[in-house]
Design a protein around this ligand. Structure first.
Ligand code: ATP
Length: 249
């Protein structure tokens, strides 16, 4: 699986402020777990949202395995999204529903519409969802409603939900915001483990915590005011690179 962005510009305000992304050309290759760094507003979420076609670029193209996602019809887009696991910033879970059902909902993109309409989950889907909860160390929490879980537990449910999709592309937007340092490490460790399970997997994680990105990702992309200002290995991120990404104007 390769994700290819070519000269992507996203201008939400069309001409107002600076575009959120400016002329971004990047390839995300199989096996890469990329940590995207940048100040607040640098365009990290927009980048991720372009990859799963939640945001349409003002110009440029976004290709997943050679298909331009900006040009897909709704059905082809649904098929394409079924292969993309998303861990959202605010978890994106259904709070009053059990952890297990939330995880089962992750498989929905891969099922025929009639089965969604009936709310029917097969024994195999249930077993896969239970296994995904085990994998994130929430084995006993399947029946528990999400609103009764802590922030870190919710985040792990969100990861389990992405996991049941067996996604070729795994996107995580600030998966550890508002979590304590130990829980944050646990979440990154989990994402890195999931990433390694499939040598073809492409993982892109937005992070505010530089040390976490350096510890768990094998590639770092730095964004600043919508532009790529760094693209390299974690061991290349020195004081001057940090200055380039975060430093004062
Ligand atoms: N839906 C939107 N409509 C208009 N402007 C938007 C929208 N989403 C983001 N922006 C703007 O685009 C720019 C980039 O935002 P984005 O959310 O991609 O940044 P970010 O790096 O993820 O920030 P943070 O770290 O704070 O989450 C910001 O200036 C933001 O205000």
């Amino acid at each position: 699986m390769t994700v290819r962005l070519r000269r992507v510009t996203v201008d939400y305000a069309s001409g107002g402020g600076l575009p959120a992304l400016r002329d971004v050309t990047l390839d995300f290759r199989p096996g890469e777990m990329t940590g995207v760094l940048g100040r607040s507003g640098a365009g990290k979420s927009t980048l991720i949202r372009c990859i799963n076609a939640l945001v349409k670029p003002s110009s440029g193209s976004v290709e997943i395995d050679g298909r331009d996602v900006t040009r897909l019809g709704s059905r082809a887009l649904r098929d394409c999204r079924a292969g993309i696991g998303m861990v959202f910033q605010q978890f994106g879970l259904v709070p009053r529903t059990s952890a297990l059902t939330n995880v089962l909902l992750g498989a929905i993109g891969q099922r025929p519409a009639w089965r969604n309409a009936l709310g029917f989950f097969s024994a195999r889907e249930r077993a896969a969802a239970a296994a995904a909860l085990e994998a994130v160390e929430l084995g006993g929490f399947g029946p528990r409603r999400v609103e009764q879980l802590s922030g870190g537990q919710r985040q792990r449910v969100a990861i389990a939900r992405a996991l049941v999709q067996r996604p070729a592309v795994l996107l995580a937007d600030e998966p550890v915001s508002s979590l304590d340092p130990v829980t944050s490490r646990g979440i990154l460790e989990l994402l890195a483990r999931i990433h390694r399970e499939d040598a073809r997997r492409v993982t892109v994680v937005n992070l505010h915590d530089v040390e976490l990105a350096l510890a768990y990702c094998n590639r770092i992309v730095g964004l600043r005011e919508g532009r790529v200002v760094f693209d390299g290995r974690p061991d290349e991120v020195d004081a001057s690179v940090r200055q380039t990404i975060y430093g004062g104007a």
